[in-house]
Design a protein around this ligand. Sequence first.
Ligand code: C2E
Ligand code: C2E
Ligand code: C2E
Length: 89
Amino acid sequence: PTPLGPTPKLVIDLERMQQLPQEKAGPLARYVATIQSQRGDYNGRVLSIRQEDLRSLAVIYDRSPGDLTEELINWGVLDPEARRAVDAF
Ligand code: C2E
Ligand code: C2E
Ligand code: C2E
């Protein structure tokens, strides 16, 4: 393991996501709703997603995974620790 520990998980703050304007959070909210439905996981305050899913979201938002991660951190939806998860790509 590195001195910083294992790769952090990508954890979406669902309460924060719901406070964002629709034109920003809309595609993310739809993607997250699909995962919740597939898992049957509807009642969480947060949702852990796959690294793969960040790649898919980057395509949806037409950004690089790194740029999208910065945006999600700016929106308060991802923790700044998530940068290390994307560095691991
Ligand atoms: P699947 O990918 O065939 O996964 C089947 C089951 O294996 C999942 O059932 C879950 O119990 C477990 N599993 C697979 N990968 C992981 C993992 O990285 N971490 C954990 N904790 N468990 C894992 P589950 O949760 O009922 O999901 C059913 C199906 O829904 C999955 O089938 C997959 O097709 C989809 N799905 C669920 N969550 C996600 C997600 O975050 N991203 C994507 N792309 N698909 C998801
Ligand atoms: P953790 O991954 O650090 O998650 C801490 C808490 O955040 C979880 O407490 C849960 O309340 C919430 N949380 C994180 N991701 C999700 C999510 O995708 N959906 C929902 N609904 N809530 C989420 P909890 O459930 O008591 O779990 C405590 C710890 O147990 C987790 O810490 C993790 O280390 C482990 N754990 C729980 N479920 C799984 C799992 O499916 N796979 C693995 N590998 N570990 C799990
Ligand atoms: P986690 O459950 O702690 O899993 C951490 C990593 O272990 C996953 O990172 C993945 O690389 C690997 N892993 C765990 N279970 C499986 C599995 O059944 N099959 C495979 N092929 N790999 C597995 P990843 O994919 O980035 O997922 C991050 C977190 O997202 C997971 O942490 C879990 O909290 C959540 N997650 C991802 N997929 C699913 C899923 O299908 N169902 C549920 N309930 N949670 C999922």
